[in-house]
Design a protein around this ligand. Structure first.
Ligand code: ASP
Ligand code: MG
Length: 421
């Protein structure tokens, strides 16, 4: 049994959905659990809908809802000739459920409301694609992941109940004559059946969880890139495809911010020694990247860029030093406001942290820090991580840049730089 994950870009139009059917037909000997994201940029659109809903902006809400519905109807229309097919009624029903929810008053809990609404993206995509697979004679059963993946109630960042979920997943994800089980990425539910979500871009993680619980042979993530590249083509023109990656390298690259792999995805796979393929849905015959229990002699340097970084420098207001007590307090403030620290460095009298320029969180954090520390910050920086660095890779990154701070490990170097161009 295989697990395939199709992200938003791979199902963004009728043409794209037809392409994934072709891919599935190439694997006609296999039983496959197919995990699907919301179509195209639907989750972003849903987020705008949720904003308008909770802010009481009914005109915007109406407009966004209309656009979302028109988009899904256009895809459905493009897939089904026979307008009497049940998929049209099912899509209509999902939209009327969504409209009913949007007609109710928001609760006081934004994150709870978010999860109850955000799920429609994945419910719609899997409903449309599941029906299309069946109409293309790829026998498919639609599964509501919320019946199987149980989580706590940390809305928008829910934690999996591994034991209970594993039992339910194995009970429900059984092939009864069909070749494909299609289900939603990114979603789960509490023990009381309230919908939860696993964090943005969480569908890869869902695929890994299901593979782990069902002991799949492998997972394939189908992307619009040829595989995992050693740098983002946005910043480098001569990128290299990493054909093989060890679990450790994949975890490190994901941790430092390689956007192709979601950081939580690798651990469950590594624990059960399940291979992960990252392949192109445009060129499905190309091998892509294989992540597994692998070793290799040639270590290709990888570059990870984080733009728009902020350096925060703290020093005590009195003559004291930075110690465990201060650090506990500082980390407490960051964690309370959900601000992630990308890099830190300390000395006796100062503590430096590099964070994303998330203005709202940054204000909350610095306001609180200023009560106890002298706070200085510098914006407009770039953080570059090089895994398997050497002097020539550093030189390449440093062209026309000023070095603000560096942290060197055995395998990785992190350079905080300012563009001089
Ligand atoms: N649809 C969700 C998102 O865009 C989950 C995913 O695509 O992985 O974040
Ligand atoms: Mg996505």
């Amino acid at each position: 049994m295989l697990v395939f994950k199709f992200g938003g870009a791979s199902v963004k139009s009728a043409g794209a959905v037809k392409n994934i059917v072709e891919i599935l037909q190439q694997y006609n000997e296999e039983k496959i659990v197919v995990v699907v994201s919301a179509m195209g940029k639907t989750t972003n659109a849903m987020e705008r809908i949720i904003e308008s809903y909770t802010a009481g902006k009914s005109e915007e809400l109406k407009q966004e809802y209309k656009v979302l519905k028109a988009y899904h109807l256009e895809v459905t229309d493009g897939l089904f000739e026979d307008k009497g097919q049940k998929v049209f009624a099912e899509v209509e029903e999902l939209f009327s459920d969504l409209a009913d929810r949007l007609a109710k008053e928001p609760t006081l809990n934004y994150d709870f409301d978010y999860d109850q609404l955000i799920c429609y993206g994945e419910l719609l995509s899997t409903t449309i694609i599941g029906n299309y697979l069946n109409s293309s004679r790829v026998s498919t059963r639609w599964m509501d992941i919320r019946r199987s993946l149980k989580t706590n109630n940390t809305w928008r960042e829910a934690k999996i109940d591994w034991e209970l979920s594993s039992q339910l997943v194995n009970e429900h994800f059984v092939f009864n004559g069909e070749r494909i089980l299609i289900t939603q990425g990114f979603l789960g539910s509490t023990i009381n059946d309230q919908t939860t979500s696993l964090g943005r871009e969480g569908s890869d993680y869902t695929a890994a969880i299901l593979a782990y619980m069902l002991k799949a042979e492998s997972v394939t993530i189908w992307k619009d890139v040829p595989g995992v590249l050693n740098a983002d083509p946005k910043y480098f023109d001569d990128t290299i495809l990493l054909e093989k990656l060890s679990y450790l390298d994949a975890i490190e690259l994901a941790y430092f911010g390689t956007s192709v792999i979601h950081p939580k995805t690798i651990k469950p796979l590594q624990n059960k020694n399940i291979n992960l393929h990252v392949k192109s849905f445009v060129d499905p015959d190309k091998p892509g990247t294989l992540v597994g229990n692998l070793s290799y002699s040639k270590l290709t340097p990888s570059f990870i860029f984080k733009m728009d970084q902020v350096l925060i420098r703290l020093s005590p207001l009195d003559f004291s030093f930075i110690n465990e007590g201060n650090l506990e307090e500082i980390f407490g403030i960051f964690s309370k406001h959900g601000m992630k620290i990308n890099l830190m460095q300390n000395s006796a009298i100062s503590f430096k942290m590099i964070v994303n320029n998330d203005k709202r969180r940054l204000r909350l954090v610095t306001d609180e820090l200023e009560e106890k520390y002298k706070v200085a910050y510098q914006t407009g920086l770039e953080l570059v991580t090089i895994r398997y660095f050497d002097q020539s890779t550093i030189d390449r990154v440093m062209i026309n840049k000023e070095l603000i701070l560096e942290q060197r490990g055995l395998q990785n170097i992190e350079l905080l730089i300012r563009d001089l161009g």
